[in-house]
Design a protein around this ligand. Structure first.
Ligand SMILES: Nc1ncnc2c1ncn2[C@@H]1O[C@H](COP(=O)(O)OP(=O)(O)O)[C@@H](O)[C@H]1O
Ligand SMILES: [Mg+2]
Length: 384
């Protein structure tokens, strides 16, 4: 459906010049590579998310697809149609934004304040050239269909500005959907909403996506949002895609420390691979050995970091050594009640290990405890 190949986009930027003593002596111009040679494909019906911290190049990628930025090089294809191709072997192509026929929703709702809800949604059809413009009756029917999908049909005659924030964002979505775009582009569409509304709209978007089967590219810096909504996630850093996969794959098998840290929380323990039998690794650390399963290819002798999700750590008052691998002893330093879970921070040698578990198990600080680390839930990442 969408195919991005070797996309590069740089901007003219500035860099502070520093004297030897560290003082600021002015500014140099330099190229900022907002998107630095990325490639990915999105299948029909997918909700594909670009996830990463602020400034990593998400918006630039999306705007390049939309035709709002002109990339330096690479190609962009939607449904087999080339929308952009830099001059190279063939002749260059750059289809103007308004001829790409894509739907777009941005963080700022960008609805037309002086129009009613109905007119906001009808507008993209009404401004079409004669011949491509549907008749008045058909426009009316299509608008009502989209408004009812977005549960806004009761508000058709209301002034757009008289809607709540969540309704305005649903209106922006309705307006993007009315043209029945082959591809929908969403840039942090929920970021301006408060936490509760954001969560409910998240599920609403997921339902819409499933029911309508719209292919979408979704941009967010919010990892939970990405995990909930996406069929695939591309984690971006400094203009690169560092890992691409299903949400669960990325969460359970981060390929580097950056991804493990950015998506959820992790404990990191440095060590060295001392034995390997297929996917079963034994890693020596300062605080003892760990066995774990990983599909990473790390030969014996490699310095590694073991990434341990807090929910992969079980805390107990009694030992089960002999029954289970990876039992360490430590002392509870702090605990925090989170409602649906309890976090314990346990001191083990030099390390502090965060464990998350059932709220029924709550152990007071100072208590000696046993930590059990599930080999299937530990990930090996390279030292960076
Ligand atoms: N119009 C521009 N001019 C100069 N630099 C830009 C411009 N747009 C984006 N950048 C730079 O490109 C990088 C990526 O920006 P952006 O794509 O907006 O990131 P994100 O959406 O992931 O926060 C940033 O360093 C940003 O400052
Ligand atoms: Mg952005």
């Amino acid at each position: 459906m969408l195919r991005i190949k070797n996309l590069v986009k740089s901007f003219d930027g500035e860099r502070r010049r520093r004297s030897r003593a560290g003082g600021d002596t002015g500014r140099d111009r330099e190229r900022v590579y907002a998107v630095n040679d990325i490639s990915f494909e999105v299948e029909d019906g997918e909700l594909f998310t670009l996830l990463g911290p602020s400034g990593c190049g998400k918006t630039t990628t999306l705007r390049s697809i939309a035709g709002l930025e002109r990339p330096d090089s690479g190609t962009i294809e939607v449904g087999g149609r080339t929308l952009f191709a830099a001059a190279g072997r063939g002749r260059p192509v750059n289809v103007p934004a308004n001829e790409r026929g894509l739907g777009m929703v941005f963080q700022s709702y960008a609805i037309w304040p002086h129009m009613t809800v109905f007119d906001n949604v009808a507008f993209p059809l009404q401004v079409r050239r004669r011949g491509q413009r549907p008749g008045k009756k058909e426009i009316g029917e299509r608008v009502h269909r989209v408004l009812s999908t977005m549960e806004l049909d009761d508000y058709a005659d209301r002034q757009a500005t008289k809607l709540s924030g969540g309704q305005q964002q649903r209106l922006a979505l309705a307006r993007a959907l009315i043209i029945e775009p082959p591809l929908l582009l969403l840039d942090e569409p929920l970021s301006n909403l408060d936490a509760k509304l954001r969560e409910s709209l998240r599920y609403e978007l997921k339902r819409l996506q499933r029911d309508l089967g719209i292919t979408s590219v979704y941009v967010t810096h919010d990892q939970t949002e990405a995990l909930v909504l996406s069929t695939s996630v591309a984690v971006m850093r400094h203009g690169d895609v560092v890992q691409l996969g299903r949400p669960r794959e990325i969460y359970e098998n981060p390929n580097c420390r950056f991804v493990a840290e950015f998506i959820g929380t992790s404990n990191f323990i440095a060590g060295e691979v001392v034995a390997r039998d297929g996917e079963r690794y034994t890693v020596k650390t300062d605080d003892g050995q760990l066995v774990l399963d990983s599909s990473a290819a790390m030969p014996t002798g490699t310095e590694v970091v073991v990434s341990i999700r807090p929910e992969a750590v079980e805390v107990g008052r009694t030992s089960r050594a002999g029954e289970v691998p990876n039992e360490w002893t430590g002392k509870v330093l702090t605990r925090a009640f989170l409602g649906e879970a309890v976090d314990h921070v346990v001191g083990v040698g030099r390390h502090e290990i965060r464990a998350r578990g059932n709220p029924d198990v709550s152990i007071a600080p100072g208590t000696e405890v046993y930590l059990r680390l599930d080999p299937a839930k530990l990930a090996l990442v390279p030292v960076d």
